[in-house]
Design a protein around this ligand. Structure first.
Ligand code: CUA
Length: 369
């Protein structure tokens, strides 16, 4: 049998690590240092609100973890991707080199392998340790809380309960308030489906799960008005499940809470019906009410009765509550909802109606004659 001799592969190309390896390494290092300085010291609030001024102590902790991860994560990415690109270019196959030409053959570099295993491993262990400390502080706080409040998710609003306050604060009509400098514990749960309480500036979120109470512990450190949102899809109006968080001085907070208590003691606050806008009410009706109510005579029911002649219908001189069709009595139904022989309508919290919304809807309904 004739033996064919394959052409011996010859080792050619640049010697060692190639020309420019060390200057290139220095360039990568300079890039890393610049990136680290930007992450640690530049005001990058346009990337993440509250970057240069964390609004709670826990937000500062979370940002610390994020900065640690960014600086070392970028460095690892930078050296790995940087050297892949460098070696691919320096040791590329040159024009005219025969197929089968092999480049520099390297078998094992134990020292290098040791360090590229040990350094990332140590960084991960440090990150794990730091994360556990922050997680512990989120779960258990750093001392006895000065204020413990409750956040309850509902379709589609948040309910806030404060100690000593009879009744609740609702996200569609008021903001959640917290005092600066007081350790706060927020207990989070849900009354119906799974929601998620999220306030980006405080860098914390917690699932609101029926039957489960979750903890968030932190101390507000800077004033401002921030967004609160439900960040877990919970039904058709998930997107409107939003609110505001006001962080203010302890004095202002106490005043706000006292006003809430006074309001609760005086019963429901009167809705300024005179300020209703019929045009806004019409748009709102299409959005909130038209699935169940037609603008048609009483008997043209969808789920609830037609509302075109609410205030002017000899056949039905009273509302479903048996009361005369005045603005106040219409507002009452919008506010409290209705359950009776005709059916059931959810209350203002469930429908997500603010005082102004109710005034607008009343103005619209009264305008239909
Ligand atoms: Cu509640 Cu999404």
């Amino acid at each position: 049998m004739a033996q064919t001799t394959a052409p011996q592969p010859q080792q050619i190309g640049p010697k060692g690590m190639g020309p420019g390896f060390w200057p290139y390494t220095i360039a990568l290092t300079v890039l890393n240092v610049i990136f680290a300085l930007l992450i640690l010291f530049a005001p990058l609030d346009f990337i993440m609100p509250g970057w240069s001024h964390p609004v709670t102590d826990r937000a500062a902790d979370i940002d610390g973890l994020f900065k640690f991860m960014s600086v070392f994560g970028f460095a690892i990415f930078c050296y790995v991707a940087g050297y892949v690109a460098y070696f691919a270019i320096v040791f590329r196959r040159r024009p005219g080199e025969p197929a089968g030409t092999i480049g520099v053959v390297v078998h094992d570099a134990p020292k290098l392998e040791f360090w590229w295993t040990v350094i990332p491993s140590v960084l991960l262990v440090i990150l794990t340790g730091l994360s556990i400390v922050v997680w512990y502080k989120i779960q258990f706080g750093t001392g006895a809380p000065a204020l413990t409040m409750e956040v309850i998710g509902h379709q589609f609003y948040f309910e806030y309960r404060y100690p000593g306050l009879k009744g609740s604060v609702y996200s569609q009509t008021d903001a959640m308030h917290l005092p600066i400098g007081k350790p706060v514990r927020i207990l989070i749960t849900s009354a119906d489906v799974i929601h998620q309480f999220w306030a980006p500036e405080i860098r914390l979120k917690a699932a609101a799960v029926p039957g489960l109470v979750q903890n968030l512990n932190f101390t507000p450190t800077a004033p401002g008005t921030f967004d609160v949102a439900c960040s877990e899809y919970c039904g058709v109006d998930h997107s409107v499940m939003q609110g505001k968080l006001v962080i203010e001085s302890a004095d202002k907070f106490e005043k706000w809470l006292a006003a809430q208590k006074q309001r609760a003691a005086a019963g429901a606050h009167p809705i300024p019906l005179a300020r209703g806008n019929a045009a806004s009410g019409k748009a709102l009706f299409a959005q909130k009410c038209s699935a169940c109510h037609a603008i048609a005579p009483f008997d043209k029911k969808i789920v609830g009765p037609g509302l075109a002649k609410l205030t002017d219908d000899p056949q039905h001189p009273t509302l479903v509550t048996g009361k005369s069709p005045t603005r106040d009595h219409i507002a009452e139904i919008l506010e409290n909802g209705y359950t009776g022989p005709i059916g059931a309508m959810p209350n203002r919290q469930a429908n997500g109606l603010s005082d102004q919304n109710i005034a607008d809807l009343v103005a619209y309904l009264v305008s239909l004659k």
